[in-house]
Design a protein. Structure first.
Length: 194
């Protein structure tokens, strides 16, 4: 795997993926292509959105591309925010999204705040006509108040009971060991190397 485009303009997500891939891969992202238009995430599933992102990048650049779509699903909210996680209260506005989530769960006790993070990654290689699709999941609870200062998105609200911490209280290395994205990426590397 010599060259790989990560179909994202999210610097935080890119940093996580680069850390997990290590130094053996030459990684670019859509941040390296400022003229690349925003991709409309019109899919109804994480897989559909990941495939849209990967195919859009392939159409433009014709290089092997890995795209993911991730989100938070809260059981009490019937799976919301789901595929709209980044746009729950405003377009990629983490503070507004977190505030809306806490408001929606106002008065709900911690034990009923079960949730999970999901990610689907789609890899497309136009040169080999290859496709790899993997998924990852992390179970947890939505805490009553934000805790921790690392991470992004809903990390300060996502409490991992086995660790007694939110994702925002973990180092990037510790987060990557258990995260939905880390799990999916390890599966991708295994599939790719078969």
């Amino acid at each position: 795997m010599k060259q790989l485009l990560i179909a994202t303009k999210n610097a935080n997500k890119l940093s996580e993926i680069k850390t997990l891939l290590g130094n053996d891969v030459q990684v670019e992202s859509l941040l390296d292509y400022p003229n690349f238009a925003e991709i409309a995430e019109t899919g109804t599933t994480f897989a559909e959105n990941a495939r849209l992102k990967a195919q859009s990048a392939i159409d433009f650049l014709q290089i092997p591309t890995l795209a993911d779509d991730s989100g938070l699903s809260v059981d009490y909210l019937h799976g919301q925010p789901g595929v709209r996680s980044a746009r729950y209260a405003g377009d990629h506005d983490d503070a507004a999204n977190n505030a809306k989530l806490l408001a929606e769960l106002g008065g709900v006790p911690l034990e009923k705040r079960t949730a999970h993070f999901s990610t689907t990654m789609v890899y497309l290689d136009p040169l080999k006509d290859q496709e790899i699709v993997v998924t990852g999941k992390l179970e947890g609870l939505i805490s009553l108040v934000p805790q921790g200062h690392d991470g992004f998105g809903y990390d300060s609200l996502f409490y991992v009971p086995t660790l007694h911490k939110t994702l925002a209280e973990l180092s990037l290395a510790d987060k990557n060991k258990i995260s939905h994205r880390g799990s999916a990426l390890r599966q991708f590397v295994e599939e790719y190397n078969k």
